[in-house]
Design a protein around this ligand. Structure first.
Ligand code: PLP
Ligand code: TYF
Length: 391
């Protein structure tokens, strides 16, 4: 009976928010995730959709909104990419980045059973669960050098070289979560060499295109480099962060195939996966993203808004670093401004994080990851003082 069901552990990140909401202190501060703002470009797109979309409540096709699928593929690879022009990319709309990863994992487990999946250490915690629940074997590859808080590049390549041919390697396209540490362009080229030499299958996770530099084209560098080299790959895209569409659950899975013929067959198999899991994806987020990506005025407005968000994050990084240095805290805090994206990986221990929560009402996941997007000017001194005191 259901009496035998045991309590599951709380989610490492979502559990933090639950505790934060219960805290009644005036100084309570949540730096676990940022609060989404609704972009003006999104509001305008929604008005256009309400006025013009007569099919607004109809089911979408299994693979999703055709206009969105084409636009998202071009956003990822570039409209001029060879794989796009040759119609070799199988693209299905997905329940944001998470759903795209899950559909991709399910597809891999069905057609390449026993595939080993190599995931960076550390990573977004859900990666292990998504691939594991799909039935794939997960392994870690070394990524962060804890001492330098930089990329342990030689260790990363050494671990990838040990993977069996055909193994999947999960790569964060940019703004690595949680470390904020990305490979340089030269390092990406070497990663591509290793992936090609060892016949690995890259599975890119693109959750932050535009959030690293504020330039959506530059941020797609890694995916586009691999595409130019003609490598097969999967790419999971999310519009949660770069369009602020979190709850709309809009993203896509792209599978780059060797030929148009293979793409058609892969599409048919992706549709079988989707059909059995949820039949077809939701309509509204796809309509918003497609409208913004394809309407030149809205796209331009969106890119300006996105840049402003990224600039604010950079300001907050600078502000946090200066506030901590002003406390006289020992050590080198330059990593705060060197790391990329919305998070800073502080290196604070689980005990120090717990102490900041208990004594300063500051909430973050136990891995010590601060969402810089969750910071505001008025909180900087409080957070800095708390960090100083727990060191
Ligand atoms: N991948 C990474 C690295 C993430 O950080 C996230 C969310 O933060 C996701 C994927 C998926 O998010 P969503 O399912 O909201 O697109
Ligand atoms: O890493 C994050 O903060 C985001 C938000 O189960 C999130 O991915 C956290 C936990 C979760 C889903 C999303």
């Amino acid at each position: 009976s259901f009496e035998s069901v045991v309590m599951g552990p709380p989610d490492a990140i979502l559990g933090v928010k639950t505790r934060f909401l219960k805290d009644t202190s005036e100084q309570r501060t949540n730096v676990s995730v940022g609060k989404p703002v609704v972009l003006e470009a999104v509001k305008k797109a929604e008005r256009l959709i309400l006025e013009n979309d007569a099919r607004i409540k109809e089911y979408l096709p299994i693979a999703g909104d055709p206009e969105f699928r084409q636009a998202t593929k071009e956003f990822c690879f570039g409209a001029d990419a060879k794989a796009v022009k040759e119609d070799r990319v199988a693209t299905v709309q997905a329940l944001s980045g998470t759903g795209a990863l899950r559909v991709g994992a399910e597809f891999l487990n069905t057609h390449f059973p026993g595939t080993q999946v190599y995931i960076p250490d550390p990573t977004w915690g859900n990666h292990f669960k998504i691939f594991g629940n799909a039935g794939l074997q997960t392994h870690k590859y070394r990524y962060l050098d804890v001492k330098t808080r930089g990329l342990d590049f030689e260790a990363m390549l050494a671990d990838l070289r040990k993977a069996a041919p055909g193994s999947v390697v999960v790569l964060h396209v940019c703004a690595h979560n949680p470390t904020g540490v990305d490979p340089t362009t030269e390092q990406w080229a070497k990663i591509a060499d290793t992936v090609a030499d060892c016949k690995l299958l890259p599975f890119f996770d693109s959750a932050y295109q535009g959030f690293a530099t504020g330039d959506v084209e530059k941020d797609a560098f890694a995916v586009r480099l691999f595409e130019e080299r003609g490598l097969p790959m999967l790419v999971a895209q999310s519009y949660s962060k770069n369009m602020g569409l979190y709850g709309e659950r809009i993203g896509a899975l792209n599978v780059v195939c060797p030929s148009k013929d293979a793409m058609t067959r892969v599409m048919s198999q992706l549709e079988l996966v989707v059909r059995a899991m949820y039949s077809n994806p939701p309509r509204h987020g796809a309509a918003i993203a497609a409208t913004i990506l394809t309407n030149p005025e809205l796209r331009a407005e969106w890119l300006v808004e996105l840049k402003a968000i990224v600039d604010r994050i950079l300001q907050m990084r600078k502000g946090l670093r200066e506030a901590i240095e002003a406390t006289g805290a020992p050590g080198d805090w330059s990593f705060i401004t060197n790391q990329i994206g919305m998070f800073t990986f502080t290196g604070l221990s689980a005990e120090q994080v717990a102490s900041m929560e208990k004594n300063y009402n500051i909430y973050m996941p136990s891995n010590g990851r601060i969402s810089v997007a969750g910071l505001t000017d008025d909180k900087l001194d409080h957070v800095a003082a708390a960090i100083r005191s727990v060191l």
